[in-house]
Design a protein around this ligand. Structure first.
Ligand code: ADP
Ligand code: MG
Length: 253
């Protein structure tokens, strides 16, 4: 598939969200080019997850605009955002515990952007389960899966909805070094398939390996934007990470 390299898929402008007196997201604007991987980074509590929650309409924006393929998303409901072809995973996983891994993924296909019958959904879910490295565990219940495997289910379920934009909230966190390599390769494959990705991530190795651009938040505000190398060597960004070297692995993330 050939696409113009600079086509803007997602455009966030003047986005704001306050929780009582706490302004979690303050006048944040950025654009995501179709086909790219963008990192959304910043210290804990800087508003990254809130931005994803605003894009997917889990939360309603106090001000600002979120345009996806030119259409306004502010004011939509979560299922409408899903059907507009935006899918996500959650920082705190949300797999349905009483359903099997396969059934969780089937739901994405049956109720996503291209709703399909259970038979078609099951067939595709099996392939996706393999692809995310869960082969052999398709019939285990969500509640029986390890945390990492639940994250794999969430990724497969997100892909099953047929997204053009995939939002990952610390999807690589908690993987061991071998799993991290596999995870990075998987995200690269998803991009190669033509899906645009916004990833919140603390694992800088993954940011450097995968991201075309990064947006950096601190205390709800965008403080930097650019290539991973440029933003990670930006003094403002280093300061935001409280003097920590953002090039260092955040093993605790
Ligand atoms: P990050 O993902 O960058 O760690 P979050 O977006 O989760 O940060 O949170 C940004 C700030 O908003 C934090 O201070 C957090 O405590 C607060 N916050 C997030 N969600 C809520 C909520 N639903 N109600 C109240 N405060 C919230
Ligand atoms: Mg978060």
């Amino acid at each position: 598939m050939t696409v113009p390299s600079k086509e803007i898929l997602l455009s966030v402008s003047g986005l704001r969200k306050a929780f009582g007196g706490l302004v979690a997201v303050r006048d944040v604007s950025f654009e995501i080019a179709r086909g790219s991987i963008a990192g959304l980074i910043g210290p804990n509590g800087s508003g990254k997850t809130t931005v994803l929650n605003l894009i997917t309409a889990e939360l309603s924006a106090d001000a600002g605009s979120i345009r996806f393929r030119g259409e306004e998303l502010v004011g939509r409901r979560p299922f409408e955002v899903c059907r507009a072809r935006i899918a996500r995973t959650f920082q705190l996983v949300r797999v349905l515990p009483g359903m099997t891994a396969l059934e969780n993924v089937m739901l994405g296909r049956m109720f996503g952007a291209e709703p399909a019958s259970p038979t078609v959904a099951a067939h595709e879910a099996e392939a996706l389960i393999e692809r995310v490295g869960l082969g052999g565990q398709a019939h285990m219940f969500g509640s029986q899966l390890t945390y990492i495997d639940q994250k794999r289910v969430e990724l497969a379920r997100a892909l099953a909805t047929r997204p053009q934009l995939l939002l990952l909230d610390e999807w690589l966190a908690g993987l061991n070094p071998t799993e991290l390599k596999v995870g990075i390769a998987l995200i690269r494959q998803i991009k190669a398939q033509g899906i645009t990705i916004v990833m919140i991530e603390h694992v800088m190795e993954a940011i450097r390996a995968l991201c075309d651009t990064c947006v950096v938040l601190n205390a709800g505000e965008k403080i930097a934007e650019g290539t991973p190398n440029a933003v990670l060597s930006n003094p403002l960004v280093m300061q935001a990470y409280l003097g920590a070297d953002p090039g260092a692995e955040d093993a605790a993330a």
